[in-house]
Design a protein around this ligand. Structure first.
Ligand code: MFK
Ligand code: FAD
Length: 501
């Protein structure tokens, strides 16, 4: 691990080894329990007396995975900050171990993490003393998870079309009504949601995303009843089967505003920028699992008088997958490193700027290449790879969603273009400096990397050339995805060279 000083690594390694061992034992069993079809979430809308109850039942393993998350400090480590800027690396290293065995419990955890950060930045003292303390608790009895409700029927990418409205009640209380089309942590205790604010002074409502504010609400009232929420139905999904994703009707949900009115999108962006890193890592560790299975198979399977591990083309195929895994892991952990620096160091404005640019690049690029690589790993086992009991199918299905939620590839590519516009191209200059610094340092350490460094420089020049020559908005938008992938590949090259030095 090049991301940690030796002293920090020495301190945390025993915990990582112990936890790594644990994920192959009881945590794996919990995840398998969640993914057993009979245990998938079920919705009971009415009780025997036709009273609306909207109870979602989840697997026993789902509840256990929640308790493990609290006990193991999967959120807490980041906020206790025992290792300062390195605490994020420690936390994400544990998440990396947990994710592929935990049947998507990492989804509510990622949103819980983002919610804790938003409250830390924007929350009132009361929210910090109540919600924040629970979100970062190590005690399963007090630990709370949070959802994140943005997507509505008219638009998930374009949240400016949201219809849900919030009306002022009294004190700091608002009443929220509308319809949320996707809610993935429906059994969470808390939620962060966007709603259109009705101006308490004159009752006006602003259209577009500038009319949206961020709210925080508890899922249940003190008497245990749902807080103005009706579960319309559970989603019938391609993957993430153990995760209770639902459509929700909100009617008078009591909530509190977080941040300023009309600043909902930039406020919730602090969650998005964390959950997007989780999405990268989610794909990377799924690929690690698929690749481990494919490699093991290669040692054992005989074809054409040899085991597959002695077959040049098969080995080349696996080596390419290994490279994709390493590229994804390097990019993800580099973002985690920057996240830790921005949260813990005072002089981190430069880190925040580069992280703002790299997060959509990382999410778009790593998820795309990673999911394709999981599919390739399936093929590496031939027909057996396609069989459910081998385990690759589940990883592939669950990984696939990471290209969609928290921003699709195209929407993230548009975000990359937005950052370039907002910073008047400065982000590209910072990117270039960062890449050059990495490759120059590496070739000073060892000249054997100079050919690879040259390729990265050529890629960088091509990007600069493209940006310089592209003056039309339509042309820039049409090529935004290619530009994002080129940036991702260049970053991967520089980080892999740095690791190899
Ligand atoms: C293991 C995996 C774990 C992951 C689990 C996840 C579970 C699933 C949860 C979800 O899917 S939650 C829903 C996620 N939804 C999205 O990600 C929405 C995707 N759409 C976008 O990202 C759009 O680009 C966006 C909604 C942000 C567009 O909104 P606008 O308002 O039309 O854009 P605009 O006007 O450009 O930006 C408004 C402000 O926000 C600007 O700031 P200013 O007002 O100060 O100028 C932007 O700079 C700012 N902004 C936008 N994105 C930002 C950001 N600031 C910081 N970071 C960002 N990422
Ligand atoms: P759309 O926005 O309609 O996009 C459709 C297509 O158009 C996409 O390919 C997109 O890339 C493309 N597109 C859109 N705009 C542009 C553009 N300007 N340029 C180029 N292409 C464009 N949401 C939540 O809020 N909370 C949750 O907990 C949650 N959980 C989810 C769980 C699952 C399993 C899934 C699948 C989704 C979940 N979502 C959740 C919703 C998810 O965030 C959205 O589906 C996603 O943001 C895309 O929005 P959309 O479905 O409305 O697609």
């Amino acid at each position: 691990m090049t991301f940690l000083p030796a002293s920090v690594l020495a301190e945390i390694e025993p915990d990582l080894s112990r936890f790594g061992d644990r994920v192959t034992k009881d945590i794996l069993v919990m995840g398998d329990n969640v993914d057993t079809p009979n245990n998938h979430p079920q919705l009971k809308q009415y009780d025997a007396w036709c009273r609306r109850v909207d109870e979602i039942s989840t697997a026993q393993g789902w509840k256990e995975l929640n308790d493990v998350a609290a006990e193991e400090g999967l959120i807490a480590i980041a906020y206790e900050r025992k290792y300062g800027q390195y605490s994020r690396i420690y936390q994400f290293a544990k998440q990396y171990l947990y994710m592929p065995s935990s049947a998507m419990y990492s989804c509510p955890l990622s949103m819980t993490d983002g919610a804790a950060r938003v409250i830390e930045i924007l929350g009132s003292e009361e929210m910090k003393n109540t919600y924040y303390t629970r979100l970062i608790s190590r005690d399963p009895k007090t630990f709370w998870t949070s959802g994140q409700w943005m997507t509505e029927r008219p638009g998930g990418s374009d949240v400016g079309q949201s219809e849900t409205q919030a009306e002022f009640v009294e004190g700091s209380t608002w009443s929220v009504s509308g319809f949320k089309w996707f809610s993935s942590a429906t059994t969470a205790d808390l939620t962060m949601l966007l709603a259109r604010t009705i101006d308490p002074k004159d009752g006006t409502v602003r259209t577009g995303s500038k009319g949206l504010s961020l709210y925080v609400a508890e899922m249940r009232q003190p008497d245990g009843q749902l807080n103005g929420v009706r579960v319309h139905r559970l989603k019938n999904k391609y993957g993430t089967k153990g995760l209770p994703t639902a459509e929700l009707e909100l009617s008078g949900m009591k909530a509190k505003m977080l941040g300023n009115p009309g600043r909902g999108v930039p406020s919730i962006a602090s969650i998005l920028n964390i959950t997007r890193i989780y999405a990268c890592l989610g794909v990377v560790c799924a690929l690690r699992r698929c690749l481990a299975i494919a490699k093991d198979f290669a040692y054992k399977r005989h074809a054409f008088n040899n085991t597959l591990d002695k077959t040049p083309l098969h080995i080349t195929t696996l080596a390419e997958l290994e490279l994709i895994f390493r590229a994804g892991a390097q990019i993800s952990f580099y973002c985690v490193e920057l996240l830790g620096r921005t949260e813990c160091l005072n002089e981190s404005k430069g880190d925040a700027d580069i992280l703002r640019f790299l997060t959509p690049i990382a999410k778009a690029y790593v998820c795309k290449i990673g999911v394709n690589a999981c599919s390739e790993a399936m093929e590496a086992l031939g027909g057996q790879g396609y069989m459910e009991d081998v385990g690759i199918g589940r990883q592939l299905r669950d990984a696939q969603v990471n290209t969609i939620w928290e921003g699709t590839t195209n929407v993230l590519s548009m975000d990359v273009v937005r950052v370039m516009k907002e910073t008047k191209g400065q982000c590209l200059v910072t990117f270039e400096n960062m890449i050059k610094e990495k490759i120059n340092r590496s070739i000073q350490a060892t000249s054997r990397l100079s050919e690879a460094a040259k390729s990265v420089e050529i890629a960088l020049n091509n990007i600069k050339q493209f940006v310089k020559e592209t003056t039309s908005k339509i042309e820039m938008e049409s090529n935004a995805r290619q530009l994002t992938f080129a940036l991702g590949k260049t970053l991967a090259g520089a980080l892999l060279i740095e690791q190899a030095a």
